[in-house]
Design a protein around this ligand. Structure first.
Ligand SMILES: Nc1ncnc2c1ncn2[C@@H]1O[C@H](COP(=O)(O)OP(=O)(O)OP(=O)(O)O)[C@@H](O)[C@H]1O
Ligand SMILES: [Mg+2]
Length: 366
């Protein structure tokens, strides 16, 4: 059936630009469409425009150009408190003079709900974050993780259709952060809430999201599900920002039979999958994931290219071995091998042959 994407769209950014000073654009021509119920993460380095996008969606900043729509309707002129959006920010403090229950009841009072309805909803929200016994405490009497749960409950208590979260777990330790990542996605999916989540932690983005928008310099570099982002990065920024990645520099010799033949600066010639190179003479960054590198010749395709490598460092990491090699003039080439009974533990100084499938080696922009 022919259904237009905009019919299913719940959140839409159409050609949105933002400048704070009237000169530099911190958000450049942003297009983004989210269906209802999606968990989307904005991931990117500091200053790339993530918070600015959330603030425009929340209504605390206005777009300089373009339009933002919620459920098909432009929201540019709707004030923040009428957008029905729940928000959790890293330093979005709870009201210190109110108890936990009063903090949660506040958004309901603003929305003029009656007392019994307020109490029922507060109880439900507290139970949802497993804080049912804490309604009478004040924020100062809670741990950081508990406060963060209350902030989450407060954002959800009025049952918003859209929740925005900006680095909500930044202040928590690793264990609690992982637990909360799980809690947040569980609650969002159970309630069918559409979520825009901001982080600069790529593991968090990959594990929590339906799709991830990778931001850099005010633009979305790639918008894709986590596995696609990792397996098929569209440019060298995304390849290097997401996961660990080896790069080798070279020049495209020719494009033949769907492959780019690349002469590395060190002289070797290898076949690569052409991702964003298109013609001979172009400089390219060739990108290969550490776990795609094969050190066992018998497991390589007979006509796979191999390169000579010198083992520089062998690191035992428990489940995997991480080995640093000198390859094609670089001494930062990393390979990862699984810790299996028959897996070789390479010795520093050893010379080995390494290889990979041409399809696992991507020729990207230099
Ligand atoms: N209120 C403001 N006035 C002027 N410039 C601002 C304002 N807020 C943000 N900026 C600038 O806009 C750019 C994008 O900032 P933004 O806060 O959106 O980045 P971010 O991706 O959220 O970064 P971080 O990961 O550090 O939070 C930055 O260069 C920042 O200095
Ligand atoms: Mg930010």
């Amino acid at each position: 059936m022919a259904q237009t994407s905009s019919k299913d769209a719940f959140v839409e950014f159409e050609r949105v630009q933002k400048s704070y000073d009237g000169e530099t654009l911190v958000v450049k021509d942003l297009n983004l469409t989210m269906p209802k119920g999606e968990f989307l993460t904005m991931l990117g380095p500091s200053g790339s425009g993530k918070t600015t996008c959330l603030m425009m969606l929340a209504g605390f900043e206005t777009a300089t150009h373009g339009e933002i729509k919620l459920d098909g309707k432009p929201i540019n002129n709707i004030p923040p408190h009428k957008r029905g959006i729940g928000m959790v920010f890293q330093n979005y403090a709870l009201f210190p003079h109110m108890t936990v229950a009063e903090n949660l009841a506040f958004p309901l009072e603003v929305r003029k709900l009656g007392k019994s309805e307020r109490e029922a909803k507060v109880k439900r929200a507290l139970d949802m974050v497993q804080m049912g016994a804490f309604g009478g405490r004040r924020p100062a009497q809670l741990s950081g993780g508990q406060q963060q749960r209350i902030a989450l409950a407060r954002a959800l208590v009025f049952e918003p259709e859209l929740v925005l979260m900006d680095e909500p777990l930044g202040a928590l330790d690793k264990q609690l952060r992982e637990h909360m990542q799980f809690e947040i996605t569980r609650i969002a999916h159970n309630l069918g809430i559409t979520t825009v989540y901001v982080t600069h932690d790529q593991t968090e983005a990959l594990t929590m999201s339906d799709r991830v928008a990778v931001f850099n310099d005010g633009r979305i570099q790639q918008l894709a599900p986590p596995d696609e982002l990792y397996e098929a990065p569209q440019n060298s920024f995304v390849a290097q920002f997401i996961g660990e990645n080896n790069t080798l520099e070279g020049v495209v010799q020719e494009i033949r039979d769907g492959f780019a033949v690349v002469r590395l600066d060190s002289g070797e010639v290898i076949d690569c999958k052409p991702v964003n190179v298109s013609k001979a003479g172009e400089r390219t960054l060739v990108s290969i994931r550490p776990e795609r590198v094969e050190i066992d010749k018998s497991r390589l395709h007979p006509d796979a290219h191999t390169l000579k490598a010198e083992v520089l460092e062998f690191i035992y990491m428990g489940d995997i071995f991480r080995t640093r090699l000198k390859v094609a003039g670089r001494d930062d080439f990393i390979i990862k091998t699984r810790n299996a009974p028959d897996q070789r533990r390479l010795q520093p100084g050893e010379m080995i042959d390494i290889g990979w499938l041409a399809n696992d080696c991507r020729a990207l922009d230099a």
